[in-house]
Write a protein that binds this ligand. Structure first.
Ligand SMILES: [Zn+2]
Length: 134
């Protein structure tokens, strides 16, 4: 039997919120199909898209990640440079660094929404899984 994961470990490793064993995403984060999400958990059969359009709510979390990224890069540029750099420096730094983080922001926004708004609680008891009808 696999060692139980904490909630934080489950989120960081993108595991199912109910059993914390099954993967949420089909492909690795750094692949072209990084967004491909399983329909159901391979272990407990939890349906990941809880309701129709459930993933739309992940956009708000993703937006928060984007704004935090933008502010962080702009503050870093202002700290690292003595004079105010040209506008293209900001754009290049923000876009260049943002592309690298897109898979992480996308995946973690979905996982965070799934954990906190998905309406499921962690349990290893298969009888509870059946009682929830999924
Ligand atoms: Zn599961």
């Amino acid at each position: 039997m696999e060692k139980e994961r904490s909630k934080l470990q489950g989120i960081l490793q993108c595991k199912c919120p109910r059993c914390r064993q099954g993967d949420v995403f089909e492909k690795p984060a750094f692949s072209l199909n990084f967004a491909k999400t399983y329909r159901n958990c391979s272990v407990c059969n939890l349906k990941f898209e809880r309701t129709m359009g459930f993933w739309w709510s992940a956009m708000y979390v993703s937006y928060a990640f984007t704004v935090a990224h933008l502010i962080t890069v702009m503050v870093a540029i202002n700290i690292l440079t003595k004079e105010r750099p040209a506008l293209w420096v900001f754009f290049t730094a923000i876009l260049g660094s943002f592309i690298f983080f897109v898979p992480a922001y996308f995946r973690y926004s979905r996982v965070i929404v799934l954990y906190f708004l998905g309406g499921t609680n962690y349990t290893t008891n298969p009888e509870v899984w059946e009682a929830q009808g999924e």
